[in-house]
Ligand binder design. Structure first.
Ligand code: BES
Ligand code: MN
Ligand code: ZN
Length: 467
């Protein structure tokens, strides 16, 4: 879908009217023009309402199989006098874009309806237009993240992921992509990433996308390390067959990291940021790493592999060490579809958020609410005690199949890798929120949600080291 900020729209475009007095929607026709009346039952008051109205309009348009819409900003949006027109426009456009996304790329060519193609917005003031343009850029970027996540693993494997990122970054100012290939990873000691990926024919790689938004400073403000497991069948601790379904999306954190930094670059935000994605397939073969192996990571520390299905924390550990060695960031955030346990704890409404810096926690909660990517603060300090190993520096899971506090233990493993950094460490577990939309949230059912890209963009825009 394209959002056009225009003076006028073609006559065939269906006019969207937001009606504060009703709470249903219907299609009517006056003279030549069709009108989609969408009842909002009240005024637009908070970010969640604006988001749900934007998504609702798109859902209705899909239900009615409409392809061109026009929204007249003068008469439809009952924003009050003091409202922030820029932010509202931004949120509205982003959510229109998110709700426009439909997966189904590999279905047979369908001649039928293929979604809303054009959304015209007319009569908006400068602030509103700027907000809408920004929101559209963010929305398109989030949808690109979702396309990557929704790709099957036979199309998107580690090296191909790297090539896609190179392509996406082409022509964007101040952005650089470097892919470290398997041979180099082996030579340079990325033992954990290599261990997880070596059993597959499609070898692992490390994808790095950096954006330099502050030409006068060489300091890296933010590093986002995203899990890039393009298929997770569990390894020798093989998953049950049903549990492999969906595991082509186990690179959702990696795609989110890349797209957040790329969106920051497109918006020319004044921040120096880097996205780092350790990418691997976690398969089974006679070359794969095995339960009870001991592996030395890039940080020189050894890990006892008690469960090969806890692979995310392993690749992330090398990703974190890479981030610290090469970039020494003020803030390091890991993003990963890391644990099934977070789905049990928080479901799909909140992303699990782990961090020991109170002020940063408060900011993230607010940015989460503003973007609809709500986070829930969870504890991780002390849980590393469960990872004591008798043969190595640390174990990757609790011994004897222990499952207590699974998400917290996983976060503690990551925090241990970052414990000597000069800044803030935080971790987002998106296994419940990132992988599949419910349909009830206005997003395409079963497709990736793009969570937490909007939150990360907000963070890249607003986070300052001293704050
Ligand atoms: N990618 C999975 C986490 C996951 C599970 C995401 C279900 C979405 C749905 C991760 O690599 C994994 O397998 N985690 C294990 C950890 C366990 C072995 C300690 C899990 O959650 O079962
Ligand atoms: Mn796993
Ligand atoms: Zn995994």
């Amino acid at each position: 879908m394209k959002i056009h900020i225009a003076e006028s729209a073609p006559a065939h475009a269906v006019q969207v009217r937001l009606d504060p007095d009703i709470d249903t929607s219907y299609l009517s026709k006056t003279e030549a023009r069709q009108i989609l009346v969408y009842g909002i039952d009240g005024t637009l008051t908070n970010p969640a309402r604006i988001a749900s109205i934007a998504r609702g309009v798109m859902q209705e348009a899909h239900r009615l199989k409409l392809s061109d819409l026009v929204l007249d900003y003068l008469d439809v949006l009952p924003f009050d006098e003091n409202s922030d027109l820029f932010s509202e426009g931004r949120l509205y456009a982003m959510n229109l874009m998110l709700a426009a996304y439909r997966s189904g790329k590999y279905k047979m060519p369908s001649k039928g309806y293929s979604g809303v193609e054009n959304f015209y917005v007319i009569n908006c003031r400068d602030d509103e237009a700027a907000g809408l343009r920004t929101g559209a850029i963010i929305g398109v970027g989030v949808n690109t993240c979702r396309e990557l996540v929704d790709e099957p693993s036979n199309y998107l494997y580690p090296e191909e992921f790297g090539r896609r990122v190179e392509k996406l970054a082409e022509g964007i100012e101040n952005v650089r992509v470097v892919v470290k290939h398997y041979a180099e990873l082996e030579k340079d000691g990325y033992g954990l990433l290599c261990a997880v990926g070596k059993g597959a024919k499609n070898k692992p790689c490390l994808i790095e996308l950096s954006y330099d938004g502050k030409p006068d400073s060489s300091v890296t403000d933010v590093a986002i390390v995203g899990k890039g497991v393009t298929l997770d069948i569990g390894g020798t601790d093989l998953k049950l067959s049903g549990a492999i379904q969906g595991m082509q999306k186990d690179m959702g954190g990696g795609a989110a990291a890349i797209m957040a930094v790329l969106i920051a670059a497109k918006l020319k935000l004044p921040v120096n940021a880097v996205a780092i994605v350790p990418a691997a397939e976690n398969l089974v073969s006679s070359d794969c790493y095995r339960t009870m192996d001991v592996i030395k990571g890039l940080d020189g520390k050894t890990v006892e592999i008690l469960n090969t299905d806890a692979e995310g924390r392993l690749v992330l550990r090398d990703g974190i060490t890479h981030a610290l060695n090469e970039h020494d960031p003020h803030l390091l955030v890991t993003v990963a579809t890391l644990t099934g346990a977070i789905r049990i704890a928080l479901g799909n409404r909140h992303t699990g958020f782990f961090c020991s810096d109170d002020s940063f926690v408060d900011h993230m909660k607010i940015w989460g609410e503003e973007t609809g990517n709500d986070v829930w603060h969870m504890p991780h300090e002390g849980y590393e005690a469960d990872l004591e190993s008798s043969v190595a520096y640390i174990a990757n899971v609790q011994p004897n199949g222990g499952k207590m506090g699974g998400s917290c233990v996983a976060a503690a493993f990551l925090a241990d890798a970052a414990k000597d950094m000069n800044g803030i460490f935080a971790h987002l577990d998106i296994a419940g929120t990132g992988m599949e939309g419910t349909g009830k949230d206005g997003l395409f059912k079963g497709a990736a949600t793009g969570v937490p890209v909007p939150l990360l963009v907000q963070m890249l825009e607003h986070w300052k080291p001293e704050s």
